[in-house]
Design a protein around this ligand. Sequence first.
Ligand code: FES
Length: 193
Amino acid sequence: MSTDNPDNSRRKFLSGSLTLVGGTGAAATLWPFISSMSPSAKAKAAGAPVKVDISELKDGEKIDLIWRKKPIWVVKRTKDMLATINTNEEKYKDPMSENTEQQPDFAKNKYRSLKPEILVLEGVCTHLGCNPAYKPSENKFFCACHGSNFDLAGKVANGSPAGANLKVPPYRFEDENTIVIGELPKSDNKSKG
Ligand code: FES
């Protein structure tokens, strides 16, 4: 990757590939139409799981979406990016992801994810809630508000004012190219959301 700009042209906005999963799992509504819903339908949709199509996501790219009013990132990590991720106790405040509030059980692993190459995170700094920037050329996320650094698994670096790793939301793969944000894997019903 050659740019640090999170708004670079490779960033994906999900105008057409983002859907909300209805109560039956069958209904699909494009996000922009939420504003035209009744208050009760809007409240239901605001907490509903969100489906994201990652079929067009290329190596190193990041998708930004909103779930429960929070920014969610989906990043396709390259092999080189994965090679930068480690659990060095001297570098990170929670190298083994032991703070159970910060990820479901399925993400308590080296890459903090279901599949090594696909990272799903809440884009909210655990210091005071700013939105960190994706810095692929530096293999990190950086929160400019007060200078917190997170690796490409969302682990907070020692020396950062943030105290916890970036949060991994509940999610599951519906198929190879479809992620459902807000639902746990069917086989992982002990995990926390
Ligand atoms: S809010 Fe991110 S470092 Fe303070």
